[in-house]
Design a protein around this ligand. Structure first.
Ligand SMILES: Cc1cc2nc3c(=O)[nH]c(=O)nc-3n(C[C@H](O)[C@H](O)[C@H](O)COP(=O)(O)O)c2cc1C
Length: 225
Protein backbone atom coordinates (compact mmCIF):
# COMPACT_ATOMS: atom_id res chain seq x y z
CA UNK A 1 0.00 0.00 0.00
CA UNK A 2 1.24 3.52 -0.85
CA UNK A 3 1.70 5.91 2.09
CA UNK A 4 -1.38 7.98 1.18
CA UNK A 5 -3.69 5.27 -0.14
CA UNK A 6 -7.32 5.71 0.86
CA UNK A 7 -10.21 3.27 0.74
CA UNK A 8 -13.95 4.01 0.87
CA UNK A 9 -15.22 4.58 4.45
CA UNK A 10 -16.17 1.08 5.61
CA UNK A 11 -19.24 0.24 7.69
CA UNK A 12 -20.65 3.76 8.22
CA UNK A 13 -24.37 3.78 9.05
CA UNK A 14 -26.40 6.98 8.83
CA UNK A 15 -29.53 7.12 11.00
CA UNK A 16 -32.44 9.44 10.42
CA UNK A 17 -32.67 12.25 12.94
CA UNK A 18 -35.37 10.59 15.05
CA UNK A 19 -33.31 7.45 15.38
CA UNK A 20 -30.20 9.49 16.17
CA UNK A 21 -32.01 11.22 19.01
CA UNK A 22 -33.31 7.91 20.33
CA UNK A 23 -29.88 6.27 20.15
CA UNK A 24 -28.14 9.19 21.87
CA UNK A 25 -30.74 9.15 24.67
CA UNK A 26 -30.55 5.37 25.00
CA UNK A 27 -26.78 5.39 25.29
CA UNK A 28 -26.94 8.16 27.87
CA UNK A 29 -29.49 6.24 29.96
CA UNK A 30 -27.37 3.12 29.80
CA UNK A 31 -23.98 4.67 30.55
CA UNK A 32 -25.54 6.58 33.47
CA UNK A 33 -26.01 3.20 35.14
CA UNK A 34 -22.24 2.64 35.21
CA UNK A 35 -20.70 2.91 38.65
CA UNK A 36 -17.30 2.02 39.97
CA UNK A 37 -17.79 -1.09 42.10
CA UNK A 38 -15.55 -2.26 44.94
CA UNK A 39 -17.56 -5.33 46.05
CA UNK A 40 -16.97 -8.09 43.52
CA UNK A 41 -18.48 -11.56 43.54
CA UNK A 42 -16.29 -14.54 42.58
CA UNK A 43 -18.84 -15.66 39.96
CA UNK A 44 -16.90 -16.62 36.85
CA UNK A 45 -17.21 -14.61 33.64
CA UNK A 46 -16.47 -16.42 30.36
CA UNK A 47 -13.12 -15.42 28.85
CA UNK A 48 -14.68 -14.84 25.39
CA UNK A 49 -16.74 -11.95 26.79
CA UNK A 50 -13.65 -10.26 28.18
CA UNK A 51 -11.83 -10.91 24.91
CA UNK A 52 -14.56 -9.23 22.85
CA UNK A 53 -14.48 -6.21 25.17
CA UNK A 54 -10.72 -5.99 24.63
CA UNK A 55 -11.30 -6.17 20.86
CA UNK A 56 -13.71 -3.24 21.26
CA UNK A 57 -11.07 -1.29 23.23
CA UNK A 58 -8.52 -1.99 20.51
CA UNK A 59 -10.66 -0.13 17.93
CA UNK A 60 -9.89 3.13 19.77
CA UNK A 61 -8.18 5.98 17.95
CA UNK A 62 -4.50 6.41 18.77
CA UNK A 63 -1.60 8.72 17.95
CA UNK A 64 -0.35 7.84 14.42
CA UNK A 65 -2.45 4.65 14.78
CA UNK A 66 0.39 3.09 16.79
CA UNK A 67 -2.10 1.46 19.23
CA UNK A 68 0.35 1.82 22.12
CA UNK A 69 -1.37 -0.57 24.51
CA UNK A 70 -1.08 -4.04 25.93
CA UNK A 71 -3.72 -5.81 28.00
CA UNK A 72 -2.69 -8.57 30.43
CA UNK A 73 -5.82 -10.59 31.28
CA UNK A 74 -5.34 -12.17 34.68
CA UNK A 75 -7.59 -15.04 35.75
CA UNK A 76 -5.10 -17.32 37.54
CA UNK A 77 -5.89 -17.22 41.30
CA UNK A 78 -2.19 -17.43 42.24
CA UNK A 79 -1.33 -14.45 40.06
CA UNK A 80 -4.30 -12.50 41.42
CA UNK A 81 -3.07 -13.27 44.95
CA UNK A 82 0.38 -11.91 44.01
CA UNK A 83 -1.16 -8.76 42.56
CA UNK A 84 -3.18 -8.25 45.72
CA UNK A 85 -0.16 -8.76 47.95
CA UNK A 86 1.96 -6.24 46.05
CA UNK A 87 -0.88 -3.73 45.54
CA UNK A 88 -1.82 -3.78 49.22
CA UNK A 89 1.83 -3.28 50.20
CA UNK A 90 1.99 -0.17 47.98
CA UNK A 91 -1.37 1.03 49.19
CA UNK A 92 -0.34 0.71 52.85
CA UNK A 93 2.44 3.17 52.09
CA UNK A 94 0.00 5.40 50.21
CA UNK A 95 -2.76 5.41 52.85
CA UNK A 96 -1.30 4.29 56.19
CA UNK A 97 2.15 5.87 55.94
CA UNK A 98 0.44 8.87 54.32
CA UNK A 99 2.84 8.99 51.36
CA UNK A 100 -0.02 10.33 49.24
CA UNK A 101 0.03 13.60 51.18
CA UNK A 102 -2.80 15.15 53.16
CA UNK A 103 -4.53 16.91 50.25
CA UNK A 104 -4.88 13.70 48.21
CA UNK A 105 -5.96 11.62 51.20
CA UNK A 106 -8.50 14.31 52.05
CA UNK A 107 -9.89 14.17 48.48
CA UNK A 108 -10.23 10.37 48.75
CA UNK A 109 -11.81 10.37 52.24
CA UNK A 110 -15.45 10.61 51.01
CA UNK A 111 -14.92 7.45 48.95
CA UNK A 112 -13.94 5.46 52.04
CA UNK A 113 -11.15 3.62 50.22
CA UNK A 114 -8.20 2.18 52.14
CA UNK A 115 -5.28 -0.19 51.68
CA UNK A 116 -7.43 -3.32 51.76
CA UNK A 117 -8.18 -4.69 48.27
CA UNK A 118 -9.95 -8.07 48.62
CA UNK A 119 -11.55 -7.66 45.19
CA UNK A 120 -8.16 -8.18 43.59
CA UNK A 121 -8.65 -11.85 44.50
CA UNK A 122 -12.44 -12.21 44.45
CA UNK A 123 -13.12 -10.69 41.02
CA UNK A 124 -12.85 -13.18 38.15
CA UNK A 125 -10.76 -10.86 35.96
CA UNK A 126 -8.01 -8.32 36.47
CA UNK A 127 -7.01 -6.47 33.32
CA UNK A 128 -3.60 -4.86 33.64
CA UNK A 129 -3.34 -2.17 30.97
CA UNK A 130 0.13 -1.15 29.84
CA UNK A 131 1.08 1.97 27.85
CA UNK A 132 3.91 1.48 25.38
CA UNK A 133 6.41 4.30 25.00
CA UNK A 134 7.86 2.66 21.89
CA UNK A 135 6.31 0.48 19.17
CA UNK A 136 4.60 1.36 15.91
CA UNK A 137 1.63 0.41 13.78
CA UNK A 138 2.92 -3.15 13.33
CA UNK A 139 3.95 -5.53 16.08
CA UNK A 140 7.73 -5.62 16.50
CA UNK A 141 8.34 -2.05 15.33
CA UNK A 142 10.71 0.04 17.42
CA UNK A 143 9.50 3.57 16.73
CA UNK A 144 8.48 6.32 19.10
CA UNK A 145 4.82 6.33 20.08
CA UNK A 146 2.83 9.57 20.25
CA UNK A 147 0.12 10.78 22.63
CA UNK A 148 0.53 7.55 24.54
CA UNK A 149 -1.46 8.50 27.66
CA UNK A 150 -4.26 10.05 25.60
CA UNK A 151 -4.48 6.97 23.36
CA UNK A 152 -4.43 4.41 26.17
CA UNK A 153 -6.89 6.54 28.17
CA UNK A 154 -9.34 6.51 25.27
CA UNK A 155 -8.91 2.74 24.78
CA UNK A 156 -9.51 2.24 28.50
CA UNK A 157 -12.69 4.30 28.21
CA UNK A 158 -13.86 2.11 25.34
CA UNK A 159 -13.05 -0.97 27.46
CA UNK A 160 -14.98 0.27 30.49
CA UNK A 161 -17.96 1.10 28.25
CA UNK A 162 -17.76 -2.31 26.53
CA UNK A 163 -17.63 -4.18 29.85
CA UNK A 164 -20.55 -2.14 31.16
CA UNK A 165 -22.47 -2.80 27.95
CA UNK A 166 -21.88 -6.53 28.46
CA UNK A 167 -23.41 -6.26 31.94
CA UNK A 168 -20.21 -6.32 33.97
CA UNK A 169 -19.05 -4.02 36.75
CA UNK A 170 -15.59 -2.46 36.78
CA UNK A 171 -13.19 -0.75 39.11
CA UNK A 172 -10.49 1.51 37.73
CA UNK A 173 -7.67 0.76 40.16
CA UNK A 174 -4.36 2.61 40.28
CA UNK A 175 -2.16 1.38 43.13
CA UNK A 176 0.75 3.76 43.40
CA UNK A 177 3.42 2.97 42.30
CA UNK A 178 2.24 0.28 39.88
CA UNK A 179 5.46 -0.95 38.30
CA UNK A 180 5.21 -4.26 40.19
CA UNK A 181 2.69 -5.18 37.48
CA UNK A 182 5.50 -5.23 34.87
CA UNK A 183 7.27 -7.86 36.92
CA UNK A 184 4.18 -9.98 37.61
CA UNK A 185 2.87 -9.77 34.02
CA UNK A 186 6.31 -10.11 32.40
CA UNK A 187 6.06 -6.82 30.53
CA UNK A 188 9.13 -4.90 29.32
CA UNK A 189 10.48 -1.72 30.91
CA UNK A 190 9.39 0.56 28.08
CA UNK A 191 5.79 -0.19 29.00
CA UNK A 192 4.20 1.78 31.82
CA UNK A 193 1.56 0.07 33.95
CA UNK A 194 -1.35 2.42 33.31
CA UNK A 195 -4.46 1.09 35.03
CA UNK A 196 -5.48 -2.15 36.69
CA UNK A 197 -9.09 -2.72 35.69
CA UNK A 198 -11.09 -5.10 37.88
CA UNK A 199 -14.05 -6.72 36.11
CA UNK A 200 -16.81 -9.05 37.18
CA UNK A 201 -20.23 -9.18 38.82
CA UNK A 202 -21.01 -6.99 41.81
CA UNK A 203 -21.92 -8.85 45.00
CA UNK A 204 -25.61 -8.83 45.87
CA UNK A 205 -25.24 -6.24 48.59
CA UNK A 206 -22.72 -4.10 46.71
CA UNK A 207 -22.77 -0.41 47.59
CA UNK A 208 -21.24 2.71 46.06
CA UNK A 209 -20.11 5.83 47.89
CA UNK A 210 -22.65 8.67 47.80
CA UNK A 211 -19.75 10.93 46.87
CA UNK A 212 -19.40 9.11 43.52
CA UNK A 213 -22.96 10.02 42.57
CA UNK A 214 -22.16 13.74 42.51
CA UNK A 215 -21.80 14.57 38.83
CA UNK A 216 -21.28 18.07 37.48
CA UNK A 217 -24.23 19.58 35.66
CA UNK A 218 -24.15 19.91 31.88
CA UNK A 219 -24.20 23.73 32.15
CA UNK A 220 -21.15 23.65 34.40
CA UNK A 221 -18.97 21.61 32.06
CA UNK A 222 -19.99 22.88 28.63
CA UNK A 223 -19.49 26.08 26.64
CA UNK A 224 -21.39 26.39 23.39
CA UNK A 225 -19.70 28.86 21.05
C1 LIG B 1 -7.59 7.23 36.64
C2 LIG B 1 -8.47 6.72 37.75
C3 LIG B 1 -7.89 6.12 38.85
C4 LIG B 1 -8.70 5.60 39.87
N1 LIG B 1 -8.10 4.92 40.90
C5 LIG B 1 -8.87 4.35 41.84
C6 LIG B 1 -8.27 3.52 42.84
O1 LIG B 1 -7.06 3.30 42.85
N2 LIG B 1 -9.08 2.96 43.77
C7 LIG B 1 -10.43 3.14 43.75
O2 LIG B 1 -11.10 2.60 44.62
N3 LIG B 1 -11.03 3.89 42.80
C8 LIG B 1 -10.28 4.48 41.83
N4 LIG B 1 -10.88 5.20 40.82
C9 LIG B 1 -12.34 5.27 40.75
C10 LIG B 1 -12.89 6.65 41.14
O3 LIG B 1 -12.82 6.81 42.53
C11 LIG B 1 -14.33 6.76 40.63
O4 LIG B 1 -14.33 6.72 39.23
C12 LIG B 1 -15.00 8.04 41.10
O5 LIG B 1 -15.15 8.04 42.48
C13 LIG B 1 -16.36 8.26 40.43
O6 LIG B 1 -17.18 7.13 40.64
P1 LIG B 1 -17.89 6.40 39.42
O7 LIG B 1 -16.80 5.77 38.60
O8 LIG B 1 -18.77 5.39 40.06
O9 LIG B 1 -18.62 7.43 38.62
C14 LIG B 1 -10.11 5.74 39.80
C15 LIG B 1 -10.67 6.34 38.67
C16 LIG B 1 -9.88 6.82 37.66
C17 LIG B 1 -10.52 7.43 36.44
Amino acid sequence: MQPHDNVPLPDYIEYDEGEMRARAAEFLADIRRRHTVRDFSDRPVPQEIIEDCIRAAATAPSGANHQPWHFALIKDPDIKAKVRLRAEAEERGFYDERKAGEEWLDALAPLGTDASKPYLESAPWLIAIFAQRRGGVEVGMERKNYYVAESVGIATGFLIAALHNAGLATLTHTPKPMNFLNEICGRPEHERAFILLVAGYPTEGATVPKHALIKKQFEDIVTIL
